[in-house]
Design a binder for this molecule. Structure first.
Ligand code: COA
Length: 262
């Protein structure tokens, strides 16, 4: 399954890590319908590919992604606008439903749908040049790609309302203080830092990593009791996996484990 036929994404693979770079630099990587469809397709392929264990998503130029393509939807009626929004929803879902962890390497502006794109990822590494914002209020709109509820859950109601109601851009440092960023790096260290995180994850037992993504994502909105029951059922199903048997044996035999994803 090739992942090299896109107009708006460059895909590179190094070992088990795929790096996707958005290629619409002149428009600050604003997402048009074609780019959304390509990202959805690419993450569905990554989901299927046994040779990809983690992915990195970044932008070319001075933006990660400056949001939905305002020019494209400016002439739409409500039906067309919602068809456009639904393409975005499919894209965020493809990342969330992708079994493999996805790291957003935010190189610059992550605004509106671009911030929502980063929030759909599992980890966020930011360059010191990154700017995060949900500026839809400046257009007379509200975020439609999950940003309101994700911001609320990530930073609490007060910081979320300030961000949403003012549309102000946050620096990487502010985003770090609000705990929506895992790590802030110098611009030239961004991709190496994301690659190092991806590598640390890619070498772990794939089924356990995939279970962790699902358990954290689904546990967030479940009751504690339900979420913990779900955690235990995954633990039970992993216990007899070849990788768990290998991991346990390797520890006892004082050697490195060799995981195969089975
Ligand atoms: N949709 C469509 N085009 C966009 C865009 C978007 N979301 N964001 C940037 N662009 C385009 C600009 O129109 C401009 O195109 P042009 O060169 O053909 O005129 C190009 O990208 C460069 O942007 P520009 O505004 O000139 O760069 P800047 O450095 O002066 O400002 C921003 C950067 C991010 C502050 C500004 O582009 C901006 O506010 N963008 C919109 C962000 C937004 O509201 N996103 C949420 C959308 S729902």
């Amino acid at each position: 399954m090739s992942m090299n036929h896109y107009d708006y994404i460059k895909v590179e693979q190094d070992g088990g890590v795929a790096t996707l770079t958005l290629l619409r630099e002149a428009k600050l990587n604003a997402m048009n319908s074609a780019m959304m469809a390509e990202l959805t397709d690419c993450f569905r392929r990554i989901h299927e590919r046994a040779d990809v264990r983690a992915a990195i998503l970044t932008g070319s130029g001075k933006a990660f992604m400056a949001g939905a393509d305002i020019e494209e939807y400016s002439g739409f009626d409500l039906g067309a606008f919602f068809a456009f929004q639904n393409k975005g929803r499919d894209m965020y879902r493809a990342i969330e439903e992708c079994a493999k962890p996805v790291i957003a390497a935010v190189n610059g502006y992550a605004l509106g749908g671009g911030f929502e794109l980063a929030l759909a990822c599992d980890l966020i590494v930011a360059s010191e040049k990154a700017k995060f914002g949900l500026p839809e209020v400046k257009l007379g709109l509200v975020p439609g790609g999950g940003g309101i509820q994700k911001a609320l859950r990530a930073v609490g109601p007060y910081a979320a309302k300030e961000m949403l109601m003012t549309g102000r851009f946050l620096s990487a440092g502010e985003a770090m203080e609000l705990r929506i960023v895992n790590e802030v790096t110098e611009p030239e260290r961004l991709l190496p830092a994301a690659a190092s995180l991806a590598q640390q994850i890619a070498e772990k037992a794939p089924l356990a990593v995939q279970a962790l993504k699902k358990l954290v994502n689904e546990g967030r909105d479940a009751s504690l009791e339900t979420a913990q029951a779900y955690d235990r059922s995954y633990l039970a199903s992993l216990f007899y996996s070849r990788d768990a048997q290998e991991g346990i044996a390797a520890f006892v035999e004082k050697r490195d484990p060799v995981f195969t994803g089975k």
